[in-house]
Design a protein around this ligand. Structure first.
Ligand code: FES
Ligand code: MG
Length: 587
């Protein structure tokens, strides 16, 4: 390997500024690292640690970091591990949606302000992945992601219980009186049997798979379950790989090209990926300076078939996905079918085609061959109308009945239409949903508003709403849901979500009233309130005169700051002023 002066040498070997250099050196040496090491010219490799006791999904990274360190040292680098702002999807109040951009900001500042030549991003739980990738994109120093891996499969009475997915089912059973609280907890706890992130195709498995599809992690790395020996070996290989990347000066801008993002869109449809993926990938592309829009998801992803049979769209879980071949098996099929741009560069210096063209499916029930998929057209449908400029619907979770009726015949499209029940945030919904006087029946469309990036800071995962208990007792398990918030990737609810602009930003949902009729046409991608135009305009005027849709006050300084800067879900919900700061390592 050729010797070159790394960025870190500005801290440790700057002969033009010996005062500074001695200050930097002295304090780093206080725990025993030697002058010889710091002046060796070896690259300093950051390990951005997202694991902690507050983040159970990523906690195993605290163990894996030792193997990463060994790999870095083996390849001739010096590891510096440091903490990233913790994000735990299931525990953060009011919503973990607040924290992706905060962790992003913190990591950019660390990577910019400290002597780091390359970085291992320890990814896993939903928002830890986009937060880390976004920061690496903004900095544009060599970076590679290490997934913590999914939990082992959950089991209950001989059935697979998927994390997240079983929780949505359990809340229905509880509301219908079919289980008690003890049964509820038992069922949910069964789905989380080991260290690692959710074992379903929720946002975590989705984002870790897409990180690999983008080329930002080693091939085959996403699906390895957290406790497996292969996971620890992968950590060691990732440590070795980042040192090579630094010597080769292989940066995010070499990997995160438009081709790579289009590949990720295709892979997302074929795995039945989360409805949070468009938000995070558009955010990442914008920080990288790559053009990517919601329309690209419709154009390149909508008609791609579902190949991966994982909950919530299918039946299996993470261990099965790993044994069936994981992302390389999926990418191999898609490459041979001509759907991927095989020349896209990846972290290991090889193209996607080099890595995956020969990869084969090892269990065709878990990963279906491209020509025998579980479902056709399994991407996202993008909708618009007088209710919003854009919202998405995840087609991989739509039932066959619904699909046959509303999606299959382009010559004879049928729209679904019904009266709405409108809720202003999850607290309102929980308070009133079981009240029969609301008149909710099997034709009702449930609408959740006030839950976008401004209304419920960061955007809450609350659009998938269960029907009232009295309908559940009659066997009605779901109603159509529409909302300006998000939905957990582990939910199989065929909701229309991520509506932009949200009610709090003046979107049409703010004008809707309980009892209005809404018509949704999936073939032509429209969603409209059937309210006469004059009436709609009068409501708009009334809302504007009253000062707009009222959201709860910010509860913290960060909520206040983020509300001032954040954009809508359609454009990635990024901190808009941050976008102009790009490729900081070169400036
Ligand atoms: Fe962390 Fe699902 S809650 S990955
Ligand atoms: Mg989530």
């Amino acid at each position: 390997m050729t010797k070159k002066a790394f960025r870190s040498q500005q801290w440790f070997n700057d002969l033009k500024n010996p005062d500074n250099t001695s200050l930097y050196l002295g304090w780093f040496m206080n725990y025993g690292i030697s002058l010889e090491e710091l002046r060796s010219g070896k690259p300093i490799i950051g390990i951005a640690q997202t694991g902690s006791d507050l983040s159970p999904c990523n906690r195993h990274h605290m163990v894996l970091a030792d193997r990463v360190r060994s790999g870095i040292i083996e390849a001739g680098g010096i590891p510096f591990e440091f903490p990233v702002h913790p994000i735990q999807e299931t525990a953060k109040r009011p919503t973990a949606g607040l924290d992706r951009n905060l962790a992003y900001l913190g990591l950019v500042e660390v990577l910019l302000g400290y002597p780091i030549d390359g970085v291992v991003l320890t990814i896993g739980c939903d928002k830890t992945t986009p937060a880390c990738l976004m920061a690496a994109a903004t900095m544009n120093i060599p970076a590679i992601a290490l997934s913590v891996g999914p939990m082992l499969n959950g089991w209950h009475e001989g059935q697979r219980t998927g994390s997240g997915t079983i929780a949505w089912k359990a809340r229905e059973l509880l509301a219908a009186g079919e289980i008690d609280e003890e049964g509820f907890i038992k069922l949910v706890a069964s789905s989380a049997p080991s260290t690692g992130y959710c074992n379903t195709m929720g946002t975590a498995t989705t984002m870790n798979s897409l990180t690999e599809a983008l080329g930002m992690s080693l091939p085959g790395s996403a699906a390895i379950p957290a406790p497996h020996r292969d996971r620890a070996e992968c950590a060691w290989r990732t440590g070795k790989a980042i040192v090579e990347m630094v010597h080769a000066d292989r940066k995010p801008s070499d990997i995160l090209t438009r081709d790579a993002f289009l590949n990720a869109i295709v892979v997302n449809s074929s795995i039945g990926g989360s409805s949070n993926a468009p938000i995070h990938l558009i955010a990442l592309a914008r920080h990288m300076g790559v053009d990517l829009t919601l329309e690209d998801w419709q154009t390149f992803g909508r008609d791609v078939p579902l190949m991966v049979n994982l909950q919530p769209a299918g039946q299996y879980l993470g261990e099965d996905y790993f044994r069936a071949g994981g992302v390389p098996a999926v990418a191999g099929e898609l490459l041979r079918a001509g759907l991927l741009r095989g020349g896209a560069m990846t972290a290991n210096g090889r193209t996607l085609e080099d890595n995956c063209l020969d990869a084969r499916i090892l269990d065709e029930d878990v990963i279906r061959p491209f020509d025998r998929p579980l479902k056709s057209a399994a991407g996202f449908s993008v909708l618009k109308g007088n209710l919003f400029d854009s919202a998405i619907m995840k087609l991989s979770v739509i039932s066959d009945d619904f699909r046959a009726r509303y999606l299959s015949d382009p010559e004879d499209p049928e729209a679904f239409e019904g009266p709405v029940a409108v809720f202003d945030g999850p607290e309102h919904y929980h308070r009133v949903i079981d009240d029969p006087s609301l008149g909710i029946d099997e034709r009702t469309i449930l609408v959740m508003r006030g839950t976008g990036p401004l209304g419920y800071p960061g955007a809450a995962e609350v659009v998938n709403m269960r029907p009232p208990a009295y309908l559940l007792e009659r066997g009605i398990r779901s109603l159509p849901c529409v909302g300006d918030g998000r939905q957990s990737g582990t939910s199989g609810s065929p909701s229309i979500l991520n509506a932009s602009p949200e009610a709090a930003a003046g979107g049409g949902l703010a004008l809707l009233r309980t009892g209005d009729r809404v018509r949704i046409d999936l073939r032509c991608g429209s969603a409209n309130a059937l309210v006469p135009e004059e009436e709609w305009a009068a409501r708009r005027l009334e809302l504007d005169m009253s000062g707009g849709y009222v959201s709860p006050a910010s509860q913290s300084p960060w909520q206040e700051l983020q509300r001032a800067w954040i954009g809508q879900l359609q454009t990635g919900a990024v901190l808009e002023p941050a976008i102009k700061h790009q490729r900081l390592a070169q400036t």
